[in-house]
Every structure is written in structure tokens, then in C-alpha cells.
Design a protein around this ligand. Structure first.
Ligand code: NAD
Length: 498
């Protein structure tokens, strides 16, 4: 069994940890690693290493930072298969799905490769006689990221490439459930030529998180995880004077209108509900069947859910793997049971599924519950498992009202052939990310990612242009220069940046 250590100042270390957490392969249930759980002294050591590295990195040229990002991007391509297998072994998702998250994370690195453009300031000539005004943005210093288990490579990559390319240094506190891939990322950054101390990984639980939130040497905290912890992180870190991004949980509704292609909609709902065993913040967890779409949609969903191939993530035949822990499995199956007790109709019931040869794995089969409504635990709770609840609505107004009354507002989608209905939906729905005939509308890296309401605490979305603003602060200079003449020795080679 491997010991998963911290990465601080360019080297692995055991630090001050006396506690460990067990990492398991969800497909077999077997313990595969012991992850160190940091004490505040480890966060101190990482903050000191990151502060020391900031002296030079914060002053490094755009050209130098960009070169590292390009090399890092190439290493992510070269090591894609190895990284995908590492993710699958600790998270449980199928290897192809893990590749998908690597690609989406890499897109943020690609955006960071062009950070020079995003960091361009503005200039106003001659605002007064002989006076010009311009602004530019500078890094904050040491930044930290606290991330969830469900995208162990992509979600941290919403943060660290943006922070590092804009000149900050970074401490990542990944999920303790699937920590190994973060250490490989640290090694790949080192191979890309990132100086020691610019990227650090501190493994741990609440003790590490609290030490980060309170640390006077950390300027900003990015958090992605469940809503209660997002609220806690936002409150505690802003009280300590830090800049905070805090993205929370979700309950994403996909509305299917009677004029939609039902087969097409059901295909996408099935993939969006059961991909990654429903453990995506943008998973579709509620299908809203409008009017006469209802019975037909449920029937096609039954057929497609029953056809999903469930198995270990490293079997190329598997379309859906296990959920992350035994506790998650038990929580999911309890919520399905509560839903049925409260009146939901089980269309497909995935409880009790066993996969031959993997009897100890944490599997839950695809589950479809019909006639789910607010007030039922299966609707009110974020289940975060392979469960698609179907709610019925009489018309599009009722569907929009249902979504707007939900406390979450991360993603939503509408399936229709009516442009007018889609336009009305996108204007009236109180949700941050909307798909039109697209089930999982995760914005590209050059837009920012963020929900509304309880899915985003505070007002800072992640990556894209708003990510650049988050990791930098502006200076505005008003300047006047009396005319000066000076002679400079001419250089005859073509000018290059260094
Ligand atoms: P989680 O909230 O349990 O954990 C997230 C991070 O917080 C982890 O690093 C964990 O160690 C830490 N943490 C957990 N409990 C803590 C506590 N009491 N005090 C301090 N720190 C604590 O989330 P998870 O189960 O790892 O991930 C699933 C959740 O993340 C879901 O709610 C999902 O919707 C959400 N999520 C949201 C987005 C988004 O973009 N909005 C993206 C991915 C995941």
C-alpha cells in the first residue's frame, strides 16, 4: 500500500502528519493507499515555501510563465493515459470519462497559455494636458485551492493554471478520497520547469482546510465542493480578509417539451444522469417532462437506463463505474428508498446491484424515479449518484417555476424544437449555466464557470476572464512626463522577449 505524501517546495515530504486516511479502489473496495492528513504546521510550511517562491515568480516575465504553461500542457497530453487510469483507480469513473475531464482541464491550461492577452491593460491618452492614464493587473501572492473528489484533475485545473499564469504561487488541498493524481500534477509542473514552491500540494481534511482559511500568509482561497462547506469556507476566509471563490452543490433540471425529439432528449438525459455515476456537479438529476412528453419520455428512459453497462472503470466495456465510497452508496440507496416511501414511482431501481467479480465494489445501478416532486427527499436533497428523478409539469411556465423555486442554480437544459420556447427559458430561468438541446452546458475555458443561488456563494465565478480578475488586482496610473531627450545605443538584432 502506498503512502501519499505532501509536495512542498518541490519535494515530497511527510511533514508533521500523524494521522492518515485510507484511499480505496471503489470498484473492488480494496484499500490502495494511505494519505497523510496535514496538521497546521504543514500548511505553514507550504505557505512559507509558496511565499518564498512568489518573490521570483511574481516578478517573472509573461514570456517565462507562458513557456512553462505550454510545456505543462504538452506533458498533460503525453501522460493522459496514465493520469486517466490514476483517476479511475481512486474515483471509480470509467477511464474514457477520466480522459474527458483531463481534456476539459487542459483547456484551462490552454487558456492560461494565452494569459498575456487576458492580462492586457487599457490606456487613455491625453486625459488632460500631457497626462495619460493606464491600468494593469498584478498577482495577489500565495493562493490556495480546496477541491472535491468528483473531478480530481479538472476542478483543481480550473484554479492553479489561472493562478500560476497570472504570477501567483499556489497550495492545493485536494480531496482526501482521490489524492494521488494531484501529486503527479506536481511532478509534471516540475518537469515543465516550474520553480520549486510555486505549486504545492497539502493533503488533508478539515484541519488542513481550517489552517488555510485562517492563514495570514494566504491571500485568496478557491473552493469547489458541497454547499454547506462552500458557505463555511466563504464565511471564514472572507472574515480573515481573503478573496474567496466558493462553488457549491447542484440539482440540475433538464426540461423536455412535447415538441422535442424524445429519443434524442432521452439519450442525452441518460448520459448526463448516469455518466460518472451521477457524481458531476453538472449532472442532470431531475428530468422535467412537460405535458404529453411525460409518459413517452419515461418509457424511453427506462429502456436506456436498463441498457447502461455498469462495471469497473478500467474495463473498456463499462459505461458507468461505481460510486466513490461505501458511505456514498449507502446514502444514495437510502435517498432512493425515502423517495419511494414518499410516493415516487420506481421505473428502474439500481439498489442492490452486484457486479460479478467485484462483489465488494461500491456499485449502484442506474435508477429512474418518476413523479418526484418538491417535499420528497429524492427531490430536495442533492443525491450525487446515478439517480434520475422525473418531475411532471403541465407547461413550460410550470417547469420554469419549479426550477426557479429550487435553492440551487448551477446548470439546466431545455430540449425543444421551438426557438421561442428556448429563448424564453434562457431569459427567465434563474440558473447560471444553460443548455439548449445540450444536457451538460459546462462553459469553455474562455468563459467563466459558475452557478447562481446556493451553487455559488459570493460573486466570483471560476476561470475565464473572471478568473483572471480573481487572481489579480488592478493598478491605475495617472502620469505626466515632462519632455526628456536621451540617446540609447541601438541594438541591431530583431527584438525578442526573455
Ligand atoms: P465536500 O464539500 O465534502 O468536500 C470538498 C472539500 O472540502 C474537500 O477537499 C474536503 O476535504 C473539504 N471538506 C469536507 N468537509 C469539510 C469540513 N467540514 N470543513 C472543512 N473542509 C471540509 O464535497 P465532495 O463530496 O468532495 O464533492 C461533491 C460536492 O461538490 C457536490 O456537492 C458537488 O455538487 C460539488 N461540486 C460542485 C461543483 C461546482 O462547480 N459547483 C463542481 C464539482 C463538485
Amino acid at each position: 500500500m502506498t503512502t501519499i505524501e505532501h509536495w512542498i517546495g518541490g519535494a515530497f515530504t511527510r511533514g508533521a502528519a500523524t494521522r492518515t486516511g485510507t484511499v480505496r479502489n471503489p470498484a473492488t473496495g480494496a484499500a490502495t493507499g494511505e494519505v497523510l492528513l496535514a496538521e497546521p504546521a504543514d500548511v505553514d510550511a507550504a505557505a512559507a515555501a509558496a511565499a518564498k517562491a512568489f518573490d521570483a515568480w511574481g516578478d517573472s516575465s509573461l514570456s517565462q510563465r507562458t513557456k512553462v504553461m505550454f510545456r505543462f500542457r504538452e506533458l498533460l497530453v503525453r501522460h493522459e493515459d496514465e493520469l486517466a487510469r490514476l483517476i479511475s483507480a481512486e474515483h471509480g469513473k470509467v477511464v474514457d470519462d477520466a480522459r474527458g475531464e483531463i481534456v476539459r482541464g487542459r483547456e484551462v491550461v490552454e487558456y492560461a497559455c494565452g494569459i498575456a492577452d487576458a492580462l492586457k491593460g487599457s490606456y487613455s491618452d491625453q486625459v488632460s494636458g500631457g497626462v495619460d492614464v493606464f491600468n494593469f493587473r498584478q498577482p495577489l501572492g500565495v493562493c490556495a485551492g480546496i477541491t472535491p473528489f468528483n473531478f480530481p484533475i479538472m476542478v483543481p485545473m480550473w484554479m492553479h493554471p489561472m493562478a500560476i499564469a497570472t504570477g501567483n504561487t499556489f497550495i492545493l488541498k485536494p480531496s482526501e478520497r482521490d489524492p494521488s493524481v494531484s501529486n503527479r500534477i506536481a511532478e509534471l509542473y516540475a518537469d515543465a520547469g516550474l520553480p520549486d514552491g510555486v505549486f504545492n500540494v497539502v493533503h488533508g481534511d478539515k484541519a488542513a482546510v481550517d489552517a488555510i482559511l485562517d492563514h495570514p500568509g494566504i491571500a485568496a482561497v478557491s473552493f469547489v465542493g458541497s454547499t454547506p462547506i462552500a458557505k463555511y469556507v466563504h464565511g471564514r476566509a472572507t472574515a480573515a480578509g481573503k478573496r474567496v471563490q466558493a462553488l457549491g452543490g447542484a440539482k440540475n433540471h433538464a426540461v423536455v417539451l412535447p415538441d422535442a425529439d424524445i429519443e434524442f432528449a432521452a439519450d442525452h438525459l441518460t448520459a448526463a444522469a448516469f455518466g460518472s455515476a451521477g457524481q458531476r456537479c453538472m449532472a442532470v438529476s431531475v428530468g422535467v417532462a412537460v405535458g404529453e412528453a411525460g409518459d413517452a419520455l419515461v418509457e424511453v428512459l427506462r429502456r436506456k437506463a436498463e441498457a447502461v453497462k455498469v462495471g469497473p472503470g478500467d474495463d473498456p466495456a463499462s459505461e458507468m463505474g461505481p460510486v466513490v465510497t461505501a458511505a456514498s452508496r449507502d446514502r444514495i440507496t437510502a435517498l432512493v428508498g425515502a423517495g419511494i416511501d414518499q410516493g415516487a414511482v420506481p421505473v428502474v431501481d439500481g439498489r442492490g446491484l452486484t457486479v460479478p467479480g467485484h462483489e465488494e465494489g461500491f456499485f449502484v445501478g442506474p435508477t429512474v424515479l418518476d413523479r418526484v416532486a418538491p417535499g420528497m427527499a429524492a427531490y430536495d436533497e442533492e443525491i450525487f449518484g446515478p439517480v434520475l428523478a422525473v418531475a411532471r409539469a403541465a407547461d413550460v411556465d410550470e417547469a420554469i417555476a419549479l426550477i426557479n423555486a429550487n435553492p440551487y442554480g448551477n446548470g439546466t437544459a431545455i430540449f425543444t424544437s421551438s426557438g421561442a420556447a428556448a429563448r424564453r427559458f434562457q431569459r427567465e430561468v434563474k440558473v447560471g449555466m444553460i443548455g439548449v438541446n445540450v444536457p451538460i452546458p459546462v462553459p469553455m475555458s474562455y468563459y467563466s464557470f459558475g452557478g447562481w443561488k446556493d451553487s455559488l456563494i459570493g460573486d466570483s465565478p471560476i476561470h475565464g476572464p473572471e478568473g483572471v480578475c480573481f487572481y489579480t488586482r488592478a493598478k491605475t496610473v495617472t502620469s505626466r512626463w515632462p519632455e526628456v531627450r536621451q540617446s540609447v545605443e541601438a541594438a541591431f538584432h530583431f527584438p525578442t522577449a526573455s
